[in-house]
Design a protein around this ligand. Sequence first.
Ligand code: F3S
Length: 753
Amino acid sequence: TQPRARMSRLESDRFIDYSVLDSNIKRVQERLRRPLTFSEKIVYGHLDNIEDADIRRGESYLKLRPTRIACQDATAQMALIQFMSAGLDSVKVPTTIHCDHLIVAKDGNTADLATATADNEEVYRFLESVCKRYGAGFWKPGAGIIHQIVLENYAYPGGLMIGTDSHTPNAGGLGMAAIGVGGADAVDVMSGLAWELKTPKVIGIHLTGQLSKWASPKDVILKLAGELTVKGATGSIIEYFGDGVESLSCTGMATITNMGAETGATTSMFPYTNSMGAYLAATGRSDIAKAASAWRHTLEADRGAEYDRLINIDLSTLEPSINGPATPDHAIPLSKFKEEIAQSGWQSKVSAGLIGSCTNSSFEDISRVAHLARQALDAGLQPQAPLYLSPGSEATRATLEKAGVLEVFEKSGATLLANACGPCCGSWNRQDIAKGTDNSIVTSYNRNFTGRLDSNPATKIFLTSPETVIAKTFAGDLDFNPATDAIRTPTGAFRFEPPPSIDLPAAGYEEADAGYVAPPADRAQLHVDISPTSDRIQRLQPFGAWPGHDYDDLVILIKVEGKCTTDHITPAGPWFRYRGHLENISNNTLIGAVNAENKKINAVRNVFTGKYDGVPETARDYKVRGQQWVVIAEHNYGEGSSREHAALQPRFLNGVAIIAKSFARIHESNLKKQGMLPLTFVDADAYDRIEASDKISLRGLTKLGPGRAVEMIVTKSDGNTWSTTLAHSFNDEQIGYFKAGSALNLMALADAG
Ligand code: F3S
């Protein structure tokens, strides 16, 4: 008999059944009569309807059965509010909720955690009580960042997970197909419905050689982000293979898959490796390692599998990279950075160095950084800018402490932040730099959109490996290259030696369930209280159904120019507070988007009053008047995070359609779930002809069908009209969402009927 493994040490009743996965894959192989890539095996191995599934990469939709759901606290609030309104007794798929986004970084871990616990008491209590009532696992604030906790406790090779956070693919470092979704998708799966995904294309990354000297796993994805750009992998899974794969650590692979999100990828995955087995053993899951080893042939690509696109990376010649500012795909090799900074006008002085986040906070990362910091301290140096360290979990923090690694940071005067997202998600009360001051940050995080970390649009954020961050922070100079440059000391010149490879803690990880609350066995009498006067949590009122006719004379709330990420649509930072309260959070709708008409943010002309006002204020006024509206936008609208608020808010404020040159996948799906129409210009030049004062009519909605275009008629203020064609990616079921008013409305209708 094959070894059997528990899915997690924390759930005694759930097991991984590789034999079922394997037989599912065989059935798919027989149907398709071709070899499968590793990611295809895992995704198709979780099909709900293997025999009649339409499997065409990049074209058809799959119905899948994920084996796990993870939600972070900012997105979980609305997801759980939606789940509760469906009236079910328990979550149907193992689910965990993680309190990591709401802890504001300011004074360090202990003080910040105490402040967050007091400030968010109502939200944490709500989340914990929903978890207990509906049978989900709850991770308290301070326990760690969702993706790190998932990697340490729940991820397993060959699993299929969805998570309400865009960096869910972190678990791909442990061979899991882990996909970021909106809360609405999570609600579907929690409720026992199959989950729909457009069959991903597969981008194969052939790794050869071995990393050496200053090159780290982060540099693999920094380079790839430069090559693929922020939308180059949209609709695709990035799958790694080749001899180079075996040389990478499991947590290093997680860094790579984590930041695959920056290319728009559905997820990123590595096949099963010995380093995954070692990591599983170090985190108390030798049984999974044993089972996965026995089913290794299932957990790798078939010989001869074909990719839609192939990219080769030789790890041996890989150069460290620094990406930014303002976009993660502007990759600059470290050796070229001096020239770039000289031409750019960016501040060369480092104003802060930040290490950690879900991307780079492993035992390996922090130990290598500590090794470098120790070298510099021994040479009599100190960091030349404030240094912040965010461990990914309490388990990793405690392990690092026990191994004596954290002492080095104390000696370096670093601020140890809570085991949480902190600055990475804008939860940073930065005191040392006034807003509007031009400055440069160097960080090992994964995102660098303008204003992302400290809500200061003048801050330039550069992404790089933790090793490069620490070197540049000790040098105080952004253009310092540790491979070639020295730092002057009172006695001469100091040069960093590349850190040794350090993978796993010799004695394994410390107890990993600190901060975990298991759901009680007897839940029937438990209740979830929501105060009607709360400004943080609000029960959800269903949206109205589509009235059954075309839309005429819709106004344009804003014609957006340039990039419009979910951070522009619903900024993070202080707004996290209202993630569970749709009415209140709607006051930030599109306040970061640039109005093409006047090049300003949060200043649009109200067509009724003729006056300029904020975007949310104008939308509210339209709502009060019963006026429906659209947004006009450019490419990759909604890139960034999975937050479904970016779709819920426009819907709540009376928006009916977003008409863009193209959409980011998760956001497009979220818009559909909320009953909105994400439509794309067939002729992208039509965008240029539209003026903010135009009125928009959408024709063909009564015949809306998969692949059937919608006609947009534009009426100018002088009464002249012109028309253009809009495409969409709705399938039949999604059209049902639109007609019912939202996916949840459709579920409630099905339940009632
Ligand atoms: Fe948190 Fe930043 Fe990761 S917000 S989940 S640490 S990407």
